[in-house]
Design a protein around this ligand. Structure first.
Ligand code: FES
Length: 104
């Protein structure tokens, strides 16, 4: 579907759902995953429908992923870095009651 138009010399690697993904330094996680042929990055909270990056500029939120255990990260706005552990976001993130307790 998506294909890089030039070859990169120094690729970095991170994982998505346990699969090794190659990326160029500075490239967004979303671009790396699309180039690797990953069809969907998240599942909707209500129906579980798959969603893929759409706008690639931080507007649609269809690229939400979990990065190193932190949910709700926009893959299109996050640069790929070596060793990141990225996972598909399934539904809504769990509500953390410590966030509201700390804010009161
Ligand atoms: S692709 Fe739209 S916010 Fe990331």
């Amino acid at each position: 579907m998506f294909k890089r138009i030039d070859a990169a010399a120094d690729l970095i690697r991170f994982t998505f759902e346990g699969q090794t993904i190659e990326a160029r330094p500075g490239e967004s996680i979303a671009a790396s995953l699309l180039a690797a042929g990953v069809p969907a990055l998240r599942e909707t909270p209500v129906s579980g429908a798959p969603r893929a990056p759409y706008c690639m500029m931080g507007v649609c939120f269809d690229c939400l992923v979990e990065i190193d255990g932190v949910p709700n990260q926009q893959a299109c706005l996050t640069a790929a870095k070596a060793g990141l552990v990225v996972r598909r976001q399934r539904g809504a993130r769990p509500f953390d009651t410590t966030e509201t307790e700390a804010g009161q």
